[in-house]
Ligand binder design. Structure first.
Ligand code: NIG
Ligand code: FE
Length: 411
C-alpha cells in the first residue's frame, strides 16, 4: 500500500515456512552452501522496497498506520530467485532445429552448417529495436511467473554494432542486468575470429561499456580460443566490464585457467570439466555456474557438481534460457534437475540460485536473502514444505511473487 508520503508497506503474514540462505558471506561454498535457516509460522515486513523485518508471527509487534497484508497461510516463502545466466534477448525461435535434433542431428553439426546460433542472429537482426524490447518483456514475464525477480541477460545474437547495442538496451529497459556477449560466435561478414575481435573492441565495446555490467565470451572449438578470449576480456575489463566466460561446454580448452588468471566473476557450463579444472576452480574466487537445463536439452553429460561442491568450488545455478540449447526459463525446474541429476540437496540448490547467483551479478548485498536490508523480493510457494521448489518437477509451485515490496505476479 502506498501512503500519503509516497512510502509503502506490505506485511506477508502466516507463512508456514520461510527459508533463506544463512550467513553474510558470499559466495557460499563447501558445507556452508547447504546452510539455510527455516522459520515456521513466519512473517516478512516490507517497507519502501526493502525487507525491514523477518520473524515469527508470535513475535510480531503491533504495526500502526496503513499497511497492506498478504495472507500466506499454507504457503512457504523463499527469496526471489536470481537467474545469473540467460540469453533472453533474441528474435525468432529454433523449433525447426529442435525437431532435427530429435531426429538425430547434433547441436555442433547444426552450428557448423550455419544454423544454430547464426540462425538466431539472422532473426535477431530482423527483429528491430521494438521487436527486441517486446521479446525481453515477454521472456521477463515468463521468468517472473517462475519466481525469478533478478535476471541477467546477454547480447550475442546481434554480432553487429547496432543490434548488439539495441540488445543491451532492450535488456536494461526490460529490467535485466545486461552482459556484452559480442564474442558469442563469428558472424558471416568476417573471415576469421581475430578480425572479428578487432572489430568488437574498436567499434562495439565503447558503446557497450556504457550499457552493460559484464562481458562474456564463448570459448569453444568453432567459436573463440583462449588467446582471443583473453584479448577480448582484458579490453572489456579495462572498459569497466566484469569478465565472465562460457567454458568447458563440450571441450576443455583452458577456459578455467583463463578465468582464474584474469579474475573472472564466473565460468559457466563446465559439463566437460575434469579433476584438474575442479582443483583450479576450488582454489579461486571464480564461481562455477552450472546449467543443467542446457545439458538436459542437448542430451549432454551433466557437470560434476557433487565433486565441485566437495572440493570447495563456489557454484551457482542458472537456466541458460535461450532458443537453441535451453528453452527453459524456470529456476524451479533447474532446482529439480540439480537435486535429481547433479545430486545437490534442496538447500544447496536454493543457495546456488539465490545468494551465489546474486554474487555473480555483484548484488550479494541486495538480492538472494530474506533478511532486513535486502530487496523485498520473495516467492510464495503453494506447498506445505519449501522443498517442493525442487520436488514438484515442473509443477505449479509458484503461487505469488513479490518484487520490490509489491505483488508483481499471482497465479
Ligand atoms: O550457453 N554455448 C553458447 N551459447 C549458448 C547457446 C546459444 C544458442 O544455442 O543459441 C549457451 O548454451
Ligand atoms: Fe549461455
Amino acid at each position: 500500500m502506498t501512503r500519503a508520503n509516497g512510502s509503502s508497506r506490505l506485511l506477508v503474514r502466516d507463512i508456514a515456512q520461510l527459508v533463506t540462505p544463512s550467513g553474510t558471506l558470499s559466495p557460499l561454498r563447501g558445507r556452508s552452501l547447504g546452510d539455510v535457516e527455516v522459520l515456521e509460522d513466519a512473517y516478512v515486513l516490507c517497507e519502501d522496497g526493502l525487507v525491514s523485518a523477518v520473524g515469527r508471527m508470535r513475535e510480531l509487534r503491533e504495526l500502526g498506520g496503513d499497511i497492506e497484508g498478504l495472507d500466506a497461510r499454507g504457503m512457504c516463502a523463499i527469496p526471489g530467485l536470481v537467474d545469473c545466466h540467460t540469453h533472453a534477448c533474441f528474435g525468432g525461435d529454433r523449433v525447426e532445429e529442435f525437431s532435427l535434433r530429435a531426429a538425430g542431428a547434433s547441436y555442433e553439426e547444426l552450428h557448423a552448417a550455419g544454423g544454430g546460433i547464426l540462425s538466431t542472429v539472422r532473426a535477431t537482426r530482423e527483429a528491430g529495436r521494438e521487436g527486441l524490447r517486446e521479446a525481453v518483456r515477454r521472456h521477463r514475464g515468463w521468468m517472473l511467473a517462475a519466481g525469478t525477480t533478478t535476471f541477467e541477460a546477454k547480447s550475442g545474437y546481434g554480432l553487429d554494432r547496432e543490434t548488439e547495442i539495441a540488445s543491451l538496451e532492450a535488456i536494461r529497459a526490460g529490467g535485466g542486468i545486461p552482459t556484452f556477449l559480442g564474442a558469442h560466435t563469428v558472424p558471416p561478414e568476417f573471415d576469421d575470429a581475430d578480425e572479428y575481435v578487432d572489430f568488437l573492441l574498436a567499434e562495439v565495446l565503447p558503446a557497450a561499456a556504457g550499457v552493460a555490467e559484464a562481458a562474456d565470451v564463448f570459448v569453444e572449438r568453432g567459436a573463440f580460443d583462449v588467446a582471443q578470449a583473453r584479448r577480448y576480456l582484458e579490453a572489456c575489463r579495462e572498459a569497466g566490464l566484469a569478465p565472465r566466460l562460457h567454458g568447458d561446454q563440450f571441450t576443455e580448452l583452458g577456459a578455467i585457467s583463463l578465468a582464474v588468471e584474469i579474475g573472472a566473476r564466473s565460468v559457466d557450463h563446465l559439463e566437460a570439466t575434469g579433476e584438474v579444472g575442479i582443483g583450479a576452480l576450488s582454489a579461486s574466487d571464480v564461481v562455477g555456474v552450472l546449467l543443467p537445463a542446457s545439458a538436459l536439452f542437448l542430451d549432454r553429460p551433466m557437470p560434476q557438481a557433487r565433486s565441485m561442491v566437495e572440493a570447495g568450488v563456489a557454484i551457482a545455478l542458472a537456466t541458460d534460457f535461450n532458443p537453441g540449447s535451453a528453452f527453459c526459463e524456470s529456476l524451479p525446474v533447474v532446482c529439480a534437475l540439480a537435486c535429481t541429476q547433479l545430486h545437490l540437496s534442496p538447500e544447496e540448490a536454493l543457495s546456488a540460485c539465490t545468494v551465489n547467483a546474486a554474487h555473480v551479478l555483484g548484488r550479494a548485498d541486495r538480492a538472494g536473502r530474506l533478511a532486513a536490508g535486502y530487496a523485498a523480493d520473495l516467492v510464495l510457494l503453494d506447498a506445505p514444505d519449501w522443498r517442493y521448489l525442487a520436488y514438484h518437477l515442473a509443477g505449479p509451485v509458484v503461487a505469488a511473487v513479490v518484487q520490490g515490496g509489491q505483488v508483481a505476479w499471482r497465479r
